[in-house]
Write a protein that binds this ligand. Structure first.
Ligand SMILES: [Zn+2]
Length: 242
């Protein structure tokens, strides 16, 4: 069975939409954007295996290979937040590729304190986190001649140091677990905050988005394509917060 559906949204942008029955996140992938021998950027590599034992990481590796790329050639991993279904496999990516890791300072602190205790209490072993640099709100240009222009948005609420990424040229919003198709991120995990989530969603709704790529699929769907549909989705999910 195929565990991922690969969708190409731009010259340098692929999404791997999780199709399994158990929980895992969607992954974004920007191939051939960095200088040097490991030019790929991976965003939210997901679980190693999920609660149903589905081989999340092996399947992701295969899906990427099917598109002609190798996980060994990933040079940078970006994590939207440190819930295990988004970043459990980070150690494996680093082991295979030597990739550097980046996330927000707030999320790194959370991950090393409350987050660690929370996941250990659930019987899970959180991965090692050794960030190379911290993501801050603002511009992040990747690759030679700033090949990819990204706007980093600080979006706490689901997790205290959660970030979203907006690819300016392609108008793609990688929304992590802040907003989904017809739904919003839960706020009942440690460090969650409904009022901060509301502010974060307000902030995201100001962007001019052509494709919204959420961290998880819902019954309504996964990628939201088209400005009007994205706007309608923001309108609808804001009502959930009133
Ligand atoms: Zn999450």
């Amino acid at each position: 069975m195929a565990y991922y559906n690969s969708i190409r949204l731009g010259e340098n942008f692929y999404c791997y939409m999780w199709l399994g029955r158990g929980n895992n996140c969607n992954t974004s992938f920007l191939p051939s954007v960095l200088r040097g021998e490991r030019p790929h950027v991976l965003i939210d590599p997901g679980h190693i295996r999920n609660e149903l034992g589905e081989p999340c990481f092996d399947s992701l590796t295969q899906a990427i290979e099917k598109d002609g790329f190798k996980i060994e050639d990933v040079g940078l991993v970006i994590v939207t937040h440190t819930h295990l279904d988004h970043f459990e496999s980070i150690d494996l990516v680093v082991e295979k590729s030597g990739a550097l890791l980046t996330l927000s300072r707030e999320e790194d602190e959370f991950c090393n304190t409350v987050g660690k205790m929370f996941f250990q209490a659930l019987g899970a072993k959180p991965p090692q986190v050794n960030p190379f640099f911290y993501l801050k709100e603002g511009d992040l240009s990747l690759g030679p001649q700033n090949k990819v222009a990204i706007q980093v948005l600080s979006t706490p609420g689901h997790s205290p140091g959660s970030i979203c990424l907006y690819l300016k040229e392609e108008k793609i919003l990688i929304s992590g677990d802040v907003v989904f198709f017809g739904s919003i991120g839960r706020t009942d995990f440690p460090g969650g905050s409904p009022s901060l989530l509301r502010k974060s969603i307000d902030k995201l709704s100001q962007l001019d988005v052509e494709y919204l790529v959420p961290g998880h699929s819902t019954e309504a769907g996964n990628i939201i394509a088209g400005r009007d549909k994205v706007k309608r989705n923001f309108y609808m999910v804001k009502m959930m917060l009133i």
